[in-house]
Design a protein around this ligand. Structure first.
Ligand SMILES: Cc1cc2nc3c(=O)[nH]c(=O)nc-3n(C[C@H](O)[C@H](O)[C@H](O)COP(=O)(O)OP(=O)(O)OC[C@H]3O[C@@H](n4cnc5c(N)ncnc54)[C@H](O)[C@@H]3O)c2cc1C
Length: 455
């Protein structure tokens, strides 16, 4: 099943700098997990030249992925939350290597990178390869359309900040178009269909409800949000949030129905067209704005990594030490890794809290490995699940909170807990002082800027 990648013809093996007598640790993917690990290893080893730490990443800036639905809805200004990889590397002792990993050669211990180009098509970086002593892959996952016709052409997946922004532009343009046109608004013209009612789709539905009203409030007065703007949440499972406890699902269903979000459950989508979404019972939802948030899989490149084992969902299969099963010198973690913990029947879920825990675990274990000590197994701890309905509410459950029992939470407390996951990520990247100042500055400027993006 696995293909083997051959070295691209024009590959240039890049020198790793003046520290080639120390181990070279390469992390591929600077997301929720990878950037935390690169920062911590850079601070601990890179700055003191005890190891060379490199981060390979195909983007130039980092945005924490769980914020993407807020970017798509227009309630968040991306520039306030972006981290520049080059600067982060400079401040925290790691080398940033810009480019997309296209393959590896595990015998020669090389990672291959594609060339990069600017908007005018001029090359920025050439095809390159880097030698590693230890390789850590953390490239996340991508939306899975399960072969559904029309998804690629007509729906948007929220995999990257660019896609989230593209959806937001589509939404604002649709509102401005509807406002300026002489004829009445067509059925489906301002209808958003969100396919997949996991946490991402559900949170997006609530966030969109709020921001579309915000956009219209800026004098797009030919649009009546109650009549013209519709939001449908479509789920193949019998209830929304199928992976979360029933009580959370019920509370969120009620909150969304109160907002007049249409909920269609138990109905797989059979096709997406330019006009809307076809369901398995033959019904059709007219909708010119479609988001696909129904499941994830590993990026295609993982199946081409020199024979490393992949799961059915194309994630790298790892042991409990987060080493890939066929090459102990290559680690994988976060969404791109497939780990079924001992005694468990399901894999560690693709969530930011798992990526964060794994990054912390690998940090200590890599230090142990460099000291020649044996690696210890990773133990995932599920702290619970929280679903944010934007300004309306936050609900969820905290696991093993009081006396080992699960605690149902909602309101302000739940919101603070929800935000704390992002704060933990920011702390791992910047430390407490900068996080405090950034939070304060965002709170102050929120009062002087529109709460929704209008362009
Ligand atoms: C809208 C949304 C909301 C979410 N909300 C929550 C939530 O509330 N709570 C929660 O726990 N989880 C949430 N998640 C899931 C969470 O975002 C992921 O589990 C988490 O980001 C995984 O971290 P990661 O480091 O494995 O991958 P990512 O954060 O996805 O990072 C992967 C990185 O790898 C880079 N990359 C990809 N391919 C290559 C390549 N070939 N070469 C080089 N670089 C590459 C990408 O550019 C990216 O920077 C949400 C996800 C989405 C989309």
């Amino acid at each position: 099943m696995n293909e083997t990648t051959t070295a691209p013809a024009a590959t240039r093996v890049m020198p790793v700098g003046d520290t080639s007598d120390v181990p070279h640790i390469i992390i591929v993917g600077g997301g929720a997990g990878g950037l935390e690990l690169a920062t911590r290893l850079g601070d601990k080893l890179g700055r003191k030249k005890k190891a060379q730490i490199s981060l390979i990443e195909r983007a130039r800036t980092h945005v924490w992925k769980p914020l993407l639905h807020e970017i798509a809805a227009g309630s968040m200004d991306v520039s306030r939350h972006e981290v520049e990889y080059q600067a982060q590397g400079y401040w925290h002792g790691f080398q940033f290597r810009y480019g997309e990993m296209t393959g590896i050669d595990s015998k020669k211990q090389l990672v291959y990178l594609a060339a990069t180009f600017d908007e005018e098509g001029r090359q920025i970086t050439p095809v390159r390869s880097f030698r590693y002593d230890m390789l850590i892959i953390a490239i996340g996952c991508v939306g899975n359309d399960f072969g559904t016709p029309g998804v690629n052409e007509y729906a948007i997946m929220l995999d990257t900040p660019e896609e989230a922004e593209r959806f937001n532009r589509r939404l604002i343009n649709a509102c401005v178009r509807a406002y300026a046109q002489p004829e009445p608004i067509r059925p489906g013209q301002l209808h958003v269909a969100i396919i997949g009612a996991g946490a991402t789709g559900t949170e997006l539905a609530a966030e969109l409800h709020q921001t579309t009203r915000g956009v219209v409030a800026f004098r797009l007065d030919q649009i009546d949000p109650e009549k013209d703007i519709e939001i449908s949440l479509i789920e193949a499972a019998p209830r929304i949030l199928p992976a979360l406890p029933e009580r959370i699902s019920e509370a969120v269903t009620k909150a969304l129905l109160d907002l007049h979000v249409e909920i269609r459950t138990g109905l797989p989508v059979t096709a997406v067209t330019a006009e809307g979404v076809k369901l398995s019972d033959g019904s059709f939802i007219p909708s010119e704005l479609v988001v696909w948030a129904a499941g994830v899989k590993g990026p295609d490149v993982l199946a081409k990594l020199d024979g490393l084992e992949v799961s059915r969902s194309n994630q790298l299969v790892v042991t409990d030490t987060l080493q890939t099963t066929r090459d102990p010198n290559i680690f994988a973690f976060g969404d791109c890794a497939y780990l079924v913990p001992k005694g468990a029947s399901t894999p560690v879920p693709p969530r930011a809290q798992a990526a964060h825990q794994e990054a912390s675990h690998l940090y200590t274990e890599i230090l142990r490995k460099l000291r020649g000590e044996p690696l210890r197994p990773f133990k995932y701890r599920d702290f619970g699940s929280l679903v944010s309905l934007g300004e309306y509410s936050t609900v969820g459950s905290l696991m093993g909170f009081i006396g080992g029992r699960n605690l149902f939470v909602e309101g302000l407390f739940a919101r603070l807990m929800y935000r704390s996951l992002y704060k933990m990520h920011e702390m791992a990247l910047h430390g407490p002082g900068k996080v405090f100042l950034d939070t304060l500055s965002r709170m102050l400027t929120r009062r002087t800027e529109p709460v929704v993006k209008l362009h």
